[in-house]
Design a binder for this molecule. Sequence first.
Ligand code: A2G
Length: 526
Amino acid sequence: MQKDSIPLANRLEEVYGTDPSYLGEQHARYTALHSRFVDLYGCQPEFIVRSPGRVNLIGEHIDYMGYGVLPMAIKQDTVIAVARGGDKLRLNNMASAHAEQDFSLDPAQEVDRDNHSWGNYVVCAYKGVHEHLARAGQPAPPLFGLQLLVEGRVPQGSGLSSSAALVCAASLAVLAVHGIAVSKHVHAGLSSSSALVCAGTLAVLAAACLRPPKAEVAQFAAECEKYVGTQSGGMDQAISIMGQAGVAKLISFNPVRAEDVRLPDGAMFVIANSLTVSKKAVSADFQYNMRVTECRLAAVALALACGVSPVEAGQRKLLAEVEEVVAAAAGGDAAAGVDKLLHDGGYFKAELEELLGVPLEQLLNEHQLRCVALAEKSTGLWLQKRARHVFREAARVPQFRAICHAPDLGTEAKLASLGALMDASQASCRDDFVCSSTNLDRLVAACKAAGALGSRLTGAGWGGCTVSLVREADACSFVAAVTHAYYDDPEQCEAAAGEREAHGGSLDHVIFTSRPSSGGAILDIA
Ligand code: A2G
């Protein structure tokens, strides 16, 4: 298990590598952030923190069912400058479209799920840090005003996890100022013996705040992001915090941990934005939560169908917890077991209640889900297809890792096998999980026609980006061919012209190569 702590970096190179032109760009960015912070708040930031977005290579919509996933951190990140001051949680954003937002300092405040706003993610993190500190059994930390300035470079609604980058960066920002605030308090010259005991406790707290283990931050950041209303798994926060330059990560859960996966030499991943926004959290009860609900109900229904007692079945919330019994019912193949034990098409309320033996509303409340109304409407809940996707997709993740590390497989064979797994994942996301979209399907088709060895949607889906595996040597011609087929053709993608206009004719931010990058860090460079 990865035990290392959040890095405290003194130089930008430690986070961004040594490429002079990229480093120069980051230097200019940090300088602009620093100077805007001073203009806005009239003081220097105490810290600057950063946390990146991610691209998931394989393992979609299975993290919240207890299965491991295989993402890598990308270089696009969210950066926050922070200092204590004032009597509120005050947020500003470098993007002029985002006005200043003020929130209370009460860690028990509710996140306003009905009004979707970027500030909500910072409030999630603020609450998460306080809850984390309280769980550590320490005295409640002092409440002091915070002033934050955010600059995000992970495109929103793109499936590259801009939300987790913001939650993780904000968590680091709040942790960092708490750590430093407590250490300054400790150093303030306490002298009585009780004060010494107190100072000792605080010193431990200060060290823990400033450099907490990555896994702890990943865990609480995943939990607290749920305050916006999305019942997400922990992949995005885990890779944002635990990402590492040069390696993808196999992220496992309960408890969260990360294992290095070395991608084959000569492999390159190209991210391409379909330019349709994936709005998974705007209507929190829709799409994403609907899938979580379907998977949880499928887990209970499968357990019952396998003869597990109703009480025990009701407690099995994860498909990972029922895989063994389901597989045993079909000669060891859980996906085949699903086909045998559940029917195709939608399950509606009456059937579900009869099957599960409890009012649907009660069950959904127990699982903290609120989509009961949807089960009655339209198409019902599709348990068989969702569960089949989860079991098959979950199996692809260890296969992907095994191929990457196979000592006897040549590069070409590795690339071909990884590509086939990615293609199978896309077909399953499209046909069984139904989380693709017309534009994603078109873009995947354009990527395959341009020579991708494998191509699939990445992240929640319903819009956002694809990730394609290509040979490194072919990356430039691949980008040109996809640009021609998808972005230059207004019938395929209307939005591309607008993107070009807004970015001086360039689509570099829309289709780009990506290498595994470093995870969240606190920068003591303010
Ligand atoms: O969809 C989103 O990115 C989820 N994250 C993530 O947990 C995972 O389920 C993914 C699909 O694989 C959030 O909603 C923050």
